[in-house]
Write a protein that binds this ligand. Structure first.
Ligand SMILES: [Zn+2]
Length: 401
């Protein structure tokens, strides 16, 4: 992208990613967000929500202008993992409210401060906490690393799910994805997390929103498209249907994608050429099952869907339906996460380069990396114009993601 290629931008990016200048920039954004949401009597850009998958509980923690951190609790041993705590405050508040849960590890997708600035305070409060990040990125205060596709093992018990780390360069050189697969308590231990996930039988239910008055069902009453399996199971789970009728329900893997893949979009390619990002995106499409739930680091879905409808794929019926769903979710301040990879493959243009190269005249015969490059340039122009028009910051992609 042009903006990434200029010398001035490269210098500014280096300062952001590698020096305390970035930390102060992020701190400024945190203060701006606090002021902004206080002035409109909101706690954050979105409501906190949570889900339960078997013995794993997922909490979606909104912070800053549009970031998400995630807390995953093993309900069997009450230990918890934290994904991308760019701000320690809402995470510490969560553990104050839920003092029976013990944080044992932080999973950092990448080194940008809005994904790891909270590591310091959390390490101070929980000195035993392990902080995982790829060796290439070396996120702030990280003390554990991994190889590509390595299953993570923690010093303290975390028995209800299997966590595998993947090196997925594109946004940064050392960007990581974490795939968490809840394990069946009835299983004798499945060595293949993803395939095992598809085989498992369990019940699935939706938990309460932590600080909200809306009911469990209301969270998903708008969900016509995403994520259908959760929606169906949620309704079954709440209408008193016997567990016998829910035998078909499956565990779904949770894929924490940071700033690599957003819902209906991708992050900026700050440190890698489009050929690297294109290879990463193809790998994601190839190796994860379609019912994998995608959990990105930002709430950008509305902007990404608008961009795709306006600039790339105006006749896509699934995308049109997705826009309706998202508008209703955002009107209620609900997160648009998670979404099934199946939906991303139907809507996210960056994951549809093969389709575009054979069906869309603007992209015919072009390589995946060329299409990713073109789409990224279009997306940057679109968000720049949107920001110039003074559109809501919470619905637009900022410069560091
Ligand atoms: Zn980033």
């Amino acid at each position: 992208m042009e903006v990434v290629k200029t010398g001035l931008f490269r210098a500014a990016y280096f300062m952001y990613a590698n020096t305390s200048v970035g930390y102060y920039y992020h701190s400024h954004n945190l203060a701006t967000a606090e002021k902004k949401f206080k002035s409109i009597e909101k706690k954050a850009h979105s409501k906190e929500i949570s889900f339960t998958y078997g013995n794993v509980q997922l909490h979606v923690i909104p912070f800053c202008l549009d970031n998400y951190a995630y807390i995953i609790v093993d309900l069997l041993c009450n230990s918890a993992l934290i994904v991308d705590p760019g701000d320690a405050t809402p995470v510490l508040e969560f553990f104050e409210r839920n003092s029976n849960f013990q944080p044992i590890a932080i999973l950092c997708t990448h080194k940008h401060w809005d994904h790891c600035a909270g590591n310091g305070e959390l390490l101070e409060r929980y000195p035993e906490i392990e902080i995982f990040a790829s060796e290439d990125d070396g996120a702030y205060l990280s003390n554990r690393t991994f190889r590509d596709t390595e299953e993570l093992h923690f010093h303290q018990p975390f028995t209800s799910a299997k966590v595998v780390a993947y090196e997925m360069p594109g946004h940064t050189v050392g960007h990581a994805l974490y795939c968490l697969t809840p394990l069946s308590t009835h299983s004798s231990g499945d060595e293949n997390a993803i395939k095992g996930n598809m085989e498992s039988e369990t019940e699935l239910s939706i938990q309460r929103g932590l600080n909200d008055s809306f009911s469990n069902l209301q969270v998903y009453q708008y969900e016509k498209v995403i994520p259908r399996i959760i929606c169906e199971e949620a309704f079954k789970a709440n209408d008193g249907t016997s567990s016998e009728l829910r035998k078909d329900s499956k565990y779904q893997s949770l894929l924490f994608t940071g700033d690599c893949v957003f819902l209906n979009g991708i992050g900026n390619m700050f440190e890698c050429p489009s050929v690297v990002m294109a290879a990463t995106l193809q790998r994601i499409v190839d190796i994860f099952p379609e019912n994998t739930l995608v959990l990105p680091g930002h709430e950008y879905t509305h902007t990404m869907v608008r961009f795709t409808l306006q600039e790339v794929d105006p006749e896509n019926p699934v995308l049109k339906q997705r826009l309706d769903t998202i508008l209703r979710q955002r009107a209620d301040n609900l997160p648009t996460v998670p979404a099934e990879l199946r939906i991303e493959k139907q809507c996210n243009p960056f994951l549809r380069t093969s389709y575009l190269s054979t069906h869309h005249k603007a992209y015919l015969q072009k390589s995946s990396s060329d299409i990713v490059e073109i789409l990224a340039e279009k997306k940057a122009k679109f968000t720049k114009e949107l920001n110039a028009k003074g559109s809501s910051k919470s619905n637009s992609a900022n410069s560091i993601s």
